[in-house]
Design a protein around this ligand. Structure first.
Ligand code: C2E
Ligand code: CA
Ligand code: CA
Ligand code: CA
Length: 278
């Protein structure tokens, strides 16, 4: 009816206006967030499933804004990307990860790597790699300690141009991992040409283990692919002991997820490592 049509329209319209208002507010608050020191990094341990040892951590950004409170990166990263604010944010993330690696030098944590999420917008900036190289040199940190995480979409977007850059990254000794693997469209012929070090099995597949046949098949296929391409595989989003054990039985070497630890502030991570990795 006309009534219903009008209602539906008005609900849709209101929520669009709300979304837009929220977006504008987020963008406005994001502009000063670095200056106001509103970002922190949380670190989530990644473990070797065979030995139980922690091999490294993934750095995940956290934003606590006085007006908006905690805003999920799933919400603000896309806005930061559309507005290019991600360039400054990504620079802050990169500096902070490398400072952390430097702070860990000559401590009991100095064999851990940090896996850092790098947005496609950031990665496509031609100055980015030399920026990373310079910071690592100044910090005097072994390049193997830093792993660059790109989503499958970023990796496959501009695949031809990426090959040269990936080769540079790996020649310098940095790790290069493919995030959210299985959710985008990978060309297998490119995967073979890319010098990647890690495939991360997306949480959406891990969620279905061990109940869903399809998810087990996909995880198995990804593990076989990683093995035949000489890459490591990390399962992400492991929430139960069952998932952890099943993944181990499939031959998956590495995992991260709430079952092991949530992403935590640096002090908490160091305490956790002291109690869990001795
Ligand atoms: P991602 O890189 O795929 O990171 C994994 C997400 O899953 C993180 O969400 C993490 O906190 C969450 N997670 C880890 N283990 C579990 C688990 O067992 N169960 C559940 N339910 N979730 C788990 P988070 O921290 O909210 O980050 C969301 C996304 O935002 C990230 O997805 C990444 O794409 C992006 N992001 C986070 N930090 C950065 C950053 O520093 N730079 C860039 N460019 N993107 C970032
Ligand atoms: Ca990631
Ligand atoms: Ca992921
Ligand atoms: Ca994701």
């Amino acid at each position: 009816s006309k009534e219903l049509g009008k209602n539906t329209y008005s609900i849709y319209h209101d929520s669009m206006e709300e979304d837009l208002a929220e977006r504008i507010l987020i963008e406005k608050q994001l502009r000063n967030a670095i200056y106001n020191r509103e970002f922190t990094l949380a670190y989530q341990p990644q473990i070797n499933l065979k030995t139980g040892q922690v091999i490294g951590v993934e750095a995940l950004i956290r934003w606590n804004n006085p007006i908006l409170g905690f805003v999920s990166p799933n919400k603000f990263i896309p806005i930061a990307e559309e507005t290019n604010l991600i360039l400054d944010i990504g620079e802050w993330v990169t500096q902070t990860c490398i400072q952390q690696l430097k702070a860990w030098k000559n401590t009991r944590f100095d064999s851990l790597h940090i896996a850092m999420n790098v947005s496609s917008v950031q990665f496509e900036n031609i100055q980015y790699l030399s920026f990373v190289n310079k910071l690592m040199e100044n910090a005097g940190v072994d390049n193997h300690r830093l792993e660059i995480e790109l989503t499958e979409r970023t990796v496959m977007n501009n695949a031809d141009e990426n090959i040269a850059r990936f080769n540079q990254i790996r020649a310098k000794g940095f790790g290069l991992s493919v995030d959210d693997f299985g959710t985008g469209y990978s060309s297998l012929s490119y995967l073979k040409k890319f010098p990647l070090s890690v495939l991360k099995i997306d949480k959406t597949f891990v969620d279905g283990i061990p109940q869903e046949e399809e998810d087990i098949s996909i995880a198995t296929a990804i593990l076989n692919l990683a093995q035949s391409l000489n890459m490591n595989a990390v399962a992400e989003g492991v929430e139960t002991l069952e998932q952890l054990e099943y993944l181990r039985s499939l031959g998956c070497n590495f995992a991260q997820g709430y079952y092991i630890s949530r992403p935590v502030p640096i002090k908490e991570l160091e305490e956790w490592l002291t109690h869990n990795n001795s």
